[in-house]
Design a protein around this ligand. Structure first.
Ligand SMILES: NC(=O)c1ccc[n+]([C@@H]2O[C@H](COP(=O)([O-])OP(=O)(O)OC[C@H]3O[C@@H](n4cnc5c(N)ncnc54)[C@H](O)[C@@H]3O)[C@@H](O)[C@H]2O)c1
Length: 377
């Protein structure tokens, strides 16, 4: 067992998200109050022993294992972190939850809604803490946006509008990866990028979509190594929400001039809010005067600011992983719940149900209703 104020962690994946989650854990002693347990980086899983050893050494984990079941069986580990590809989220996370480990899993929760539901069900009935890594919830400016929206300051919410635009599919040297494989990923731009904004719509408005109309397209059908691309690289959808709002969500991997653009706007009857990840320390807010003003979300009372540095020092995208790490560890220690700030596996399942409905709507060329299952029926 890890020491009394320590939580032992086992993690799947050591590439993009494995590195981001490791950085998040390493910040915990620097930014979290003492009551938050300190993470101990016990065990890292990867398939290739040589690459795993190099990653283990670089990222600072105690041991590497080439079978994730060794993490599930390891008594020193209380938190199972799944930062692997989507298809690998399901069986290991369910096994870990059933073994009594708290579970923290990357988004989308599973490649399909059925997978995500099975994960929520297992975590719920195992009684462990569960969090899906929708890290955009941990931008201070979006937490402020949520507060403003939910306070009623911008009135009745009428529109949610978002765009997540990258150009990675246009890279001529692109090799086929798990992201291009329908079974391994579930969806493309929709599940990878759109998923964040679908989750944020629920987070910001505290509302769920009830219907969807969508279009998905595969613009680039083959990678440079000849591998077939099976997942969408263009996605657009219209949603009706149960608060009466109309949602427009767009995502693309073929937006030629964009590295990573993530923009969100919410309009209410008395005002509007605008956020762009390129200016992530700012929130733009307009009231009845129709004049947008820019709030620097770096004041001492803004979320997380006092944990870091004196007010006014900007945070970055990577800091969301540190905020997430503090949040899940604090939830395990009973300092607060995962919800509503963190996405639970219920939230992860809801997003996956919405993604599946959008895929259905796109393939039928029709508007479809979205219904959600419950683990307690
Ligand atoms: N929260 C975010 O902002 C964000 C950003 C990117 C990715 N993600 C999510 O994080 C997860 C991981 O994505 P990533 O970008 O780190 O992927 P990645 O491709 O960078 O890394 C995946 C890792 O898993 C390994 N891997 C691939 N297939 C495997 C298999 N079948 N069995 C075991 N290992 C395998 C790869 O070797 C690699 O080390 C995905 O669920 C993705 O959707 C989230």
């Amino acid at each position: 067992m890890a020491g009394s104020n320590e939580i032992g962690i086992g993690m799947i994946g050591y590439a993009f998200m494995g590195k981001s989650h490791t950085l998040g854990y390493r910040d915990v002693p620097l930014i979290a109050p003492e009551a938050v347990p300190r993470p101990r980086l016990v065990s890292l899983y990867g398939r290739d022993a040589q690459k795993l050893e190099a990653a283990r050494n670089r990222l600072g984990w105690e041991q590497g294992v080439t079978d994730w079941r060794d993490i599930v069986a390891d008594d020193r580990i209380q938190l199972f972190d799944n930062s692997g590809p989507n298809a690998l989220h399901v069986e290991p996370t369910i096994a870990a939850a059933r073994a009594g480990k708290h579970v923290f899993c990357e988004k989308p929760l599973g490649p399909t809604a059925d997978d995500a539901f099975a994960m929520w069900d297992a975590a719920h009935w195992s009684g462990v803490k569960h969090m899906c890594a929708y890290n955009y919830r941990f931008f201070p400016a979006l937490q402020l946006a949520r507060e403003i929206i939910q306070s009623g300051e911008i009135g009745e919410i009428l529109h949610y509008r978002s765009q997540f635009l990258v150009s990675s599919s246009l890279d001529e040297k692109r090799q086929k990866s798990w992201r291009d494989d329908r079974q391994a990923a579930g969806a493309g731009a929709l599940g990878d990028l759109g998923a964040h904004h679908i989750d944020l719509s629920r987070f910001l408005m505290d509302a769920d979509p009830t219907t969807v109309q969508a279009v998905t397209r595969i613009k680039v059908g083959a990678a440079s190594d000849g591998g077939r691309i099976e997942t969408d690289d263009q996605f657009a959808a219209l949603f009706d929400y149960d608060n009466g709002a109309l949602g427009v969500v767009e995502a693309s991997r073929v937006a030629g001039g964009h590295l990573v653009t993530s923009r969100i706007e919410v309009d209410g009857s008395k005002g509007s809010i605008a956020f762009s990840m390129q200016r992530l320390n700012e929130l733009r807010v307009a009231g009845a005067d129709k004049a947008f003003r820019t709030i620097p979300v770096m004041r001492s009372a803004d979320p997380y600011q006092s944990n870091w540095f004196p007010p006014g020092h900007p945070l970055g995208w990577v800091d969301t992983f540190s905020h997430e790490a503090v949040h899940i560890l604090g939830a395990i220690a009973g300092l607060h719940e995962v919800a509503p700030i963190g996405a639970t596996f219920r939230d992860g399942y809801y997003c996956s149900e919405i993604i599946d409905a959008a895929i259905r709507a796109a393939s039928l060329g029709q508007r479809v209703n979205i219904s959600y299952r419950s683990v307690v029926e």
